[in-house]
Design a binder for this molecule. Structure first.
Ligand SMILES: [Fe+2]
Ligand SMILES: [Fe+2]
Length: 270
């Protein structure tokens, strides 16, 4: 199965780049399933129903969220209606929506997608992501009822992301990190066949501080005094993420390539 994962879509620049590029990538790369992290698509803060629809229309088969899942209040209801959107499994006991689901890719093949939040340096103490993922992967063995499985590990620390990658090695097809908005150059196939990258990077304008107009974050770093609000940077975005090919019989990743298309970053792709 040919799977594309795109990291956090950041504001209008990110939405525009995904809308302009994803249909061609789907066609040119013969993609079977596309997962897009949408947690910052609406002004950098969450995802509105309208912007979720736009990402789905652009070619996302599944949208994952993150710690910003419900920053846009309409997502509280929208996620109950639109089953292609996932919030983190361990977001909160009473959170609406789901944190994992089995989807159908091309040719009727099944793919499990899940998202969890890490615990290190996050703004709230979230429940243990490892036990949640352990139970989920035991219930959905790779290469069994599901041809492939993908875990979006949404957290700050690369150490926690790498630990999750190894925890899932041999059990999930892909573990990919999100949330830091900067791609890491460590895409690899782990020893037991799990494709892994610590962070997919964002789909956003990289002439910025993690996707935000740089003046205000720089002022806060330099002077310690806020003056204005954070707003997403609006120059051309780089569509960033991960391309993998998996074996339908075993669920192993057989090929992995980093993706960076358009915008300022050095370009990459399969
Ligand atoms: Fe994010
Ligand atoms: Fe996040």
């Amino acid at each position: 199965m040919k799977i594309l994962f795109l990291g956090d879509v950041m504001g209008r620049a990110g939405r525009t780049a995904v809308a302009e590029r994803l249909p061609a990538l789907r066609r040119d790369w013969g993609l079977d399933f596309v997962v897009v992290n949408g947690e910052n698509a609406t002004s950098g803060m969450g995802l509105s129903g309208a912007h979720a629809k736009a990402l789905l229309e652009a070619g996302a088969d599944c949208i994952t969220l993150g710690d910003h899942a419900f920053d846009q209040r309409d997502m509280l209801q929208f996620i109950e209606r639109e089953k292609r959107i996932l919030r983190p499994l361990n977001f909160a006991k009473d959170a609406p929506g789901r944190g994992a689901a089995v989807f159908t890719a091309t040719g009727g093949r099944k793919i499990l997608v899940a998202q969890v939040l890490g615990q290190i340096f996050m703004k709230r103490p979230f429940a243990d992501p490892f036990s949640d993922i352990d139970a989920l992967l035991r219930a959905h063995p790779r290469g069994g009822m599901v041809a492939a499985s993908l875990v979006d590990m949404h957290c700050e620390a690369t150490s926690e992301k790498m630990a999750m990658g190894h925890f899932c090695d041999g059990r999930a097809s892909v573990v990919v990190g999100t949330h830091t908005h900067v791609p890491t150059a460590d895409a690899q196939i782990l020893p037991k066949g799990t494709g892994f990258q610590s962070d997919a990077g964002m789909c956003g304008d990289y002439n910025s501080v993690i996707g935000m107009e740089k003046a205000e974050p720089m002022r806060r770093f330099v002077t310690g005094m806020p003056k204005g609000r954070f707003t997403p940077a609006l120059e051309e975005a780089t569509v960033s993420g991960l391309y993998v090919e998996t074996d339908d019989r075993t669920g192993e990743t057989t090929r992995i390539e980093m993706v960076r298309q358009g915008g300022r970053l050095a370009q990459a792709g399969p």
